[in-house]
Design a protein around this ligand. Structure first.
Ligand code: PLP
Length: 396
C-alpha cells in the first residue's frame, strides 16, 4: 500500500482499505495474527531486529501485523502521522499521560470528562506529582486563566457526556499553543467520521474503541493518534515497555468496525436527531440536550466543527428520580446499561450510575439532575425507540 494512495483516497475508501497487507494466501479479509512472538531466520537477524538496525516484528507487546493494520487505518481516518492501539480507552489516556508528562507537570481539563479519567488524573497521576485543574467545558477564559507556567496538557472531550456540551477545538488549540502546551481531545463520541480534531489544531486524539469504533458492544480497546514525535516515539515508548497493548483479535474486530463507521455514525445521528426532536415535543419532558437541536447553546459551533451531531441524547423529565426511573423501568426494548456507542440503544440514569460518585453539590454544578436520562441512540427503527419511551412518559 503506498502512501500516494492514502493521500488521494477519501474517508470511505480509507475506512475499508487503508493499512491492509495481504499474506501469500491472498486472503480478501484482513488476517488475524495470534502470535506472541516472531521467529528470526538467524541469530544475526535476531540481533539486528533487537538492535533496531533491521525493521520488523519481535514480540506482540511491541508490534503485531493485525494491530498495525488497525493503527494505520485509524491514523489515516484521523489524518494523523501515527496511531498507537491500546487495550482500552483508559489505557490510551494512561499511555498519553505516561508518555508525555513528568512529575511537576500540570493538566488543565474540562470538568465534563469521563468519570474514570477524573479518577486517573486525581488519584493516580496526582500521586506521581502531576496536578490537574478543572474548568467549565465552554468557558475559554477559564481555560486560559487556569494555565500555569508548568502546564503541559489541555484535555477535553467534545461533545461531553451526558449533556453534549461542545468545546471549541480550534480556539482551545490556539490557547494551548500560545502557552506552549499540547491539546488532547477524546474523540470517542464523534469518531473521525464526524470530527477530526487534528485538522482543527489538536495535537493528540484519544479513543475508546470500545464504543462506536466497535459499534456492537463486543471488545474493549483504545487508541492514541498524533505526530510521529509525540505518539510514535513517546506514547509508543511507554506502551511497548509497560504493555497495555491491544490484542490482535480485538484489532480485527475494530478493523471491521471501521469499515462501516461512517455509515453507522450517519445512521446513529439521523436516529438521534429524530428522537431529540420528538422528545422536545413531549409535555412530560422539561429539556432536551442534543447538539443538532436549534435550542442547543452550541448548535452553531457543532454545525461548523462536526459533520454530524452524534448518537447521544440526554433529556430531563418533569419531576425527579422517581419519574426518571419510571421511564427507564417502563422500557421493554432499550438496554438499561451505562455503555454507549452500540447498535442497540441504551438508557442510563447518570445521577445514580455514571455520575453517582459526585456529591450533590458537584452534580448541581455539572448539571446532572435527578430527572436526567441519557440515551445512546442505536440503529433500531426510531419509531420503536419512541414507542418504548412513550410508555414510561405517559406515567408522568
Ligand atoms: C468509555 C470511555 C472512555 C474509556 O474507555 P474504555 O474503553 O472503557 O477504557 C474514555 N472516554 C470516553 C469519552 C468514554 O466514553
Amino acid at each position: 500500500m503506498d502512501q500516494q494512495d492514502f493521500d488521494e483516497w477519501g474517508f470511505g475508501t480509507l475506512a475499508v482499505r487503508a493499512g491492509q497487507m495481504r499474506t501469500g494466501e491472498g486472503e480478501q479479509s484482513e488476517a488475524i495474527f495470534p502470535t506472541s512472538s516472531f521467529r528470526f531466520d538467524s541469530a544475526a537477524q535476531a540481533a539486528a531486529r533487537f538492535g533496531g538496525t533491521e525493521p520488523g516484528n519481535i514480540y506482540s507487546r511491541f508490534t503485531n501485523p493485525t494491530v498495525r493494520t488497525f493503527e494505520q487505518r485509524l491514523a489515516a481516518l484521523e489524518g494523523g502521522e501515527r496511531c498507537v492501539a491500546t487495550s482500552s480507552g483508559m489505557a490510551a489516556i494512561l499511555a498519553t499521560c505516561m508518555g508525555l508528562l513528568k512529575s511537576g507537570d500540570h493538566i488543565v481539563s474540562s470538568r465534563a470528562i469521563f468519570g474514570s479519567t477524573v479518577v486517573l488524573f486525581d488519584s493516580f497521576m496526582g500521586r506521581f506529582g502531576v496536578q490537574t485543574s478543572y474548568v467549565p467545558q465552554t468557558d475559554l477564559d477559564a481555560w486560559e486563566a487556569a494555565i500555569r507556567p508548568n502546564t503541559r496538557l489541555l484535555f477535553v472531550e467534545t461533545p461531553s457526556n451526558p449533556l453534549t456540551e461542545i468545546a471549541d477545538i480550534r480556539a482551545l488549540a490556539e490557547i494551548a499553543h500560545r502557552h506552549g502546551c499540547l491539546l488532547a481531545v477524546d474523540n470517542c463520541f464523534c469518531t473521525p467520521a464526524l470530527q477530526q480534531p487534528l485538522a482543527l489544531g489538536a495535537d493528540i486524539v484519544i479513543h475508546s474503541a470500545t464504543k462506536y469504533i466497535d459499534g456492537q458492544g463486543r471488545c474493549l480497546g483504545g487508541a492514541v493518534v498524533g505526530s510521529e514525535e509525540l505518539v510514535g516515539k513517546e506514547v509508543f515508548g511507554f506502551l511497548r515497555t509497560a504493555g497495555p497493548t491491544m490484542s490482535p483479535f480485538n484489532a480485527w474486530v475494530f478493523l471491521k468496525g471501521l469499515e462501516t463507521l461512517k455509515l453507522r455514525m450517519q445512521a446513529h445521528s439521523a436516529n438521534a436527531l429524530a428522537l431529540a426532536q420528538w422528545l422536545e415535543q413531549q409535555p412530560q419532558v422539561a429539556r432536551v440536550y442534543y447538539p443538532g437541536l436549534a435550542s442547543h447553546p452550541q448548535h452553531a459551533l457543532a454545525t461548523a466543527q462536526q459533520k454530524g451531531y452524534g448518537g447521544i441524547v440526554a433529556f430531563e423529565v418533569k419531576g425527579g428520580r422517581e419519574q426518571a426511573w419510571g421511564v427507564i423501568d417502563a422500557t421493554r426494548m432499550l438496554s438499561i446499561t451505562a455503555n454507549l456507542g452500540d447498535a442497540k440503544s441504551t438508557i442510563t440514569h447518570p445521577a445514580t450510575t455514571t455520575h453517582g460518585r459526585l456529591s450533590a453539590e458537584q452534580k448541581a454544578e455539572a448539571g446532572i439532575g435527578e430527572g436526567l436520562i441519557r440515551i445512546s441512540v442505536g440503529l433500531e427503527e426510531v419509531d420503536d425507540i419512541k414507542a418504548d419511551l412513550a410508555r414510561g412518559l405517559a406515567l408522568i
